[in-house]
Design a binder for this molecule. Structure first.
Ligand SMILES: [Zn+2]
Length: 407
């Protein structure tokens, strides 16, 4: 509906500077906000009351035609918008058939009675709280002239996060990566819990989040995979890059076969830790030799397409890998040798299956996205999970409460 909107306010501005005008504008906003809501609702209400058939009906007798105004300045109601709190005197009408009186303001707004923070606002506040720390969110909102209670942001994050479910998408690639990162949980020593992320590769390139869970370090991977088994069964074969415990996936059944690939990004990284464990001096000649050798073994050329060439490359890599194990044993590096032996079996499955370039960790970036938000403060397990769910759904799965309204 097209309507004229006029506002007449008396303002007091000391000088015409940018600063002074901006300050006055911020003070004007809350007044403007409530007034604008009021004007629009009044215009619509007047229009509806002139229609034969109303877009609302009597709560008692169901009549949707005959109403008269009871009052335009009824009981006040407040609701939170993304621009701050709106105060409205409610519009009340009376049913001409049964005499029932009812408020129509919230009916017109499409907001449930008594709800102070409508769903529409909850979604936006949740996104705000997942993208920035509560303190920063509050600060930013404050610049636009209203005080946002941190508890309100937190509650919004929890509510929206709980509703988000991740799934494997059978229309996307049968490839994924799983990895974990430590997160700060209240009441537990520094890195007590681990966030486990499972991403699926997309046909158009890039990734989407297919699973998320928080569990003990190096354990409880079943929490992540359990809800996904049904979805994974839709694939004949699923190629998974991970260093996590995947026992649960071995029980997937006949139809789906999960092909594992050790994360080649992690191997040299973790190897450094075993070098330290074996007491090898950092940056010493043997340390440099072993690490350089392993990095080279783990480096995969992604543009080779010839089956025979690939097999030959893998044979050479395997040869060098066992030579490196021999070198470790010779040096007396027991932990290093055991680590490399354990890694050997699943290092080149990706290359052999010609999953070019899919063996390096794409989850690493996801983890950085997580950490930027989650390393601010300490969290409850639930709290952290819900915030991360929204954050990752926004960055990777196209979730955006600010766009939903237009769709
Ligand atoms: Zn009635």
């Amino acid at each position: 509906m097209e309507m004229d909107y006029q506002i007449n306010l008396r303002i007091d501005i000391p000088e015409p500077t940018l600063k002074a005008i901006s300050q006055a504008y911020v003070q004007l906003l809350p007044l403007l906000l409530s007034d604008f809501f009021k004007a629009v609702i009044h215009t619509f209400a007047e229009h509806f009351l002139r229609l034969v058939k109303k877009p609302f009906c009597c709560e008692r007798c169901g009549n949707d035609e005959e109403f008269i105004w009871k009052t335009r300045e009824g009981k006040p109601t407040g609701l939170l918008t993304i621009f701050g709190l709106v105060h409205l005197a409610q519009l009340q009408v009376k049913c001409k058939r049964c005499g029932h009186k009812m408020y129509i303001t919230r009916k017109l707004l499409g907001v449930e009675p008594k709800v102070k923070v409508p769903r529409e606002t909850v979604g936006k506040l949740a996104l705000l709280g997942a993208l920035a720390s509560f303190r920063v969110a509050q600060k930013i909102v404050g610049m636009f002239g209203w005080v946002l209670d941190r508890m309100t942001i937190w509650r919004s994050v929890q509510r929206v996060g709980k509703e988000i479910r991740f799934e494997v998408d059978e229309k996307e690639l049968a490839m994924g990566q799983a990895d974990g990162t430590g997160i700060p949980i209240r009441g537990i020593r520094k890195r007590g819990k681990e966030l486990k992320v499972f991403v699926q590769l997309k046909r158009t390139g890039g990734i989407r989040i297919a699973g998320l869970a928080i569990g003990n370090y190096e354990g409880e991977w079943e929490k992540l995979f359990e809800p996904l088994l049904e979805g994974l069964r839709k694939f004949k074969q699923f190629f998974l890059v991970t260093d996590g415990d995947t026992n649960i996936l071995n029980a997937l059944g006949e139809r789906v076969k999960v092909v594992f690939q050790r994360c080649l990004w992690h191997i040299p990284h973790q190897f450094k830790w075993y070098l330290w464990k074996d007491g090898v001096k950092r940056k010493s000649q043997p340390w440099i030799y072993a690490l350089a050798e392993l990095l080279d073994i783990c480096a995969i050329r992604s543009y080779v397409d010839d089956e025979k060439v690939i097999r030959q490359m893998v044979r050479r890599k395997e040869q060098r890998h066992s030579e490196l194990i021999g070198y470790c044993l010779q040096q007396g590096w027991k932990h290093c040798a055991t680590y490399l032996e354990n890694a050997a079996s699943d290092m080149f499955t990706g290359l052999l299956n010609r999953m070019h370039g899919k063996t390096v960790s794409l989850v690493e970036r996801v983890m950085r996205t997580v950490n930027m938000r989650i390393n601010v403060g300490k969290w409850s397990v639930e709290g952290a999970l819900n915030a991360v769910k929204i954050r990752l759904a926004y960055y990777y799965n196209g979730f955006d409460p600010c766009l939903e309204q237009r769709a």
